[in-house]
Write a protein that binds this ligand. Structure first.
Ligand SMILES: Cc1cc2nc3c(=O)[nH]c(=O)nc-3n(C[C@H](O)[C@H](O)[C@H](O)COP(=O)(O)OP(=O)(O)OC[C@H]3O[C@@H](n4cnc5c(N)ncnc54)[C@H](O)[C@@H]3O)c2cc1C
Length: 422
């Protein structure tokens, strides 16, 4: 029977990076991947284009990591965004940096990143076994002793190993293979799990007319997340509406705190500034100008049509204390004030968040307090390492999450040893 030193559970971004590093350091590495092919999730990232990292400075990068940024810092310093770019370019994948310092393969194909990573891990000597599920990882006398894996038919075998790296990902998009197995594996070895919840996820909205907004996209708007009446954060960019609720870049970025607010049972709202480039006075002037140009018998809804996308007229009118049918000639200064307030802060009550199936990442995961940040080894079981989304680490959209997987995979793959120059 083939002998291995290291088993890696999961051939995603983190597992493949760890595999290439460990194999190049001379270890015999088996990567067990339960799906039919490695790196399924990488292949769908960035809408199929793979936003693999972000070129911000270290401080700006770490500010985008929403949990345990200090824990992540040694891994980032070991293999940072610049190292990731140099790495993929060396593998023959030309890269392009776009707006917001986001890096993509120039080809626009996420598959190029996935294939390069798989080939690099294999060329380094790692064996990748697909349709192979890690069922358990076992320790003896406080250190890793073996792992049990099952093939597609359910046939199980036990493999003696000295090291195990858990890189099973989180719970988001479970169809790619990340179904939370790593939490069970970690828990069975004594590790605590910080409650998991979807992040970078669409939100459900209670607005009565939400179906009428299906398909509406708003560009260049700003939105505040308001929890129990207090503004928590603000984002500028695009948002969109579906029959179920709210999505798009700014909603995803606000979702992490929104989800936590909902779980705590708080009142959660998104307040959208529909005219962020105009001050309240400028909106008021604009309304006055538009009203003047209209027939005095024209109604409030006709006036709003001059400023807002048509599907928004009804819900905005509903949010006002005045009738949509009020003739513009009868608008009082008080009416104009409430109109301005609603346009500058259109409130969308958030009822719920969408499930893991629609979440880009998982917040929560294996508690980092029981893990040494360098070299990402368990403090409870010697020879046990973790990398990637299975950890209680998550970040904003923009290439930060894949970089977390690459950096932690790279550091964990060293297995506590210094040398390795992939
Ligand atoms: C739609 C979508 C788009 C995204 N786009 C971007 C983007 O553009 N930029 C960015 O930075 N991030 C993006 N992300 C997030 C990013 O893809 C993840 O954070 C990253 O892939 C996590 O890597 P990982 O290796 O930790 O986990 P994963 O990539 O999830 O890999 C885990 C692997 O482990 C395997 N596995 C699980 N359990 C077992 C087991 N018991 N035995 C064997 N194998 C197992 C799984 O099959 C899987 O292949 C996106 C996510 C999604 C869902």
């Amino acid at each position: 029977m083939e002998q291995y030193d290291v088993i890696i559970a999961g051939a995603g971004a983190a597992g493949l990076m760890a595999a290439g590093v460990a194999a190049r350091a001379g270890h015999r590495v088996l990567v067990a991947e339960k799906m039919e092919k490695p790196a399924r999730k990488v292949r769908i990232t960035g809408k199929g284009r793979c936003n693999l990292t972000n070129m911000r400075s270290e401080a700006d990068f770490l500010a985008k990591v929403r949990a345990n940024a200090a824990f992540f810092t040694p891994a980032f310093r070991d293999f940072d965004n610049r190292a990731a770019v140099a790495f993929f370019e060396r593998l023959g994948v030309p890269l392009t940096t776009e707006r917001g310092e986001r890096v993509f393969p120039t080809s626009g194909r996420a598959w190029d990143i996935a294939d390069a990573l798989v080939a690099w891990a294999r060329e380094g000597g790692a064996e990748i076994a697909c349709h192979t599920t890690v069922r358990s990882i076992d320790a003896r006398d406080g250190r890793i002793a073996s792992a049990s894996v099952a093939d597609a038919a359910g046939n199980e075998r036990t493999i003696p190993v000295q090291y195990a790296i858990i890189t099973t990902g989180g719970l988001s998009y479970p169809a790619t293979g990340s179904t939370g197995d790593g939490y069970l594996l970690a828990h069975s070895l004594g590790h605590a799990i910080v409650p998991v919840r979807p992040s970078l996820v669409p939100l459900e909205c209670d607005l009565p007319d939400i179906e009428a907004l299906d398909g509406l996209q708003l560009r260049n708007v700003s939105a505040r997340l308001v929890i129990d009446g207090k503004t928590r954060c603000e984002e500028f960019g695009e948002m969109d509406f579906s029959s179920r609720g709210l999505g798009g870049a700014i909603i995803l970025r606000l979702s992490r705190q929104a989800v936590d607010g909902l779980i705590e049972g708080r009142d959660v709202r998104i307040a959208v500034d529909l005219k962020p480039a105009l001050s309240p006075e400028q909106v008021s002037d604009r309304l006055a100008r538009e009203a003047e140009a209209l027939d005095r018998r024209a109604q409030l809804s006709d006036l709003l049509r001059k400023l807002l996308p048509r599907p928004l007229i009804k819900p905005v009118c509903r949010a006002l204390p005045i009738s949509a049918k009020l003739p513009v000639g009868r608008l009082t200064p008080r009416d104009t004030d409430s109109l301005v307030r609603t346009i500058k802060s259109f409130g969308l009550p958030v009822a719920d968040y969408r499930p893991f199936e629609e979440a880009i990442v998982t917040a929560g995961g294996v508690d980092v307090h029981d893990i040494d940040p360098d070299p990402l080894q368990s403090r409870l079981v010697r020879g046990l390492y973790f990398a990637g989304e299975v950890l209680d680490l998550d970040a904003d959209t923009g290439g930060f999450n894949l970089q977390i997987a690459f950096s932690t995979g790279h550091l964990a793959g060293r297995l506590g040893r210094i040398p390795s120059n992939p």
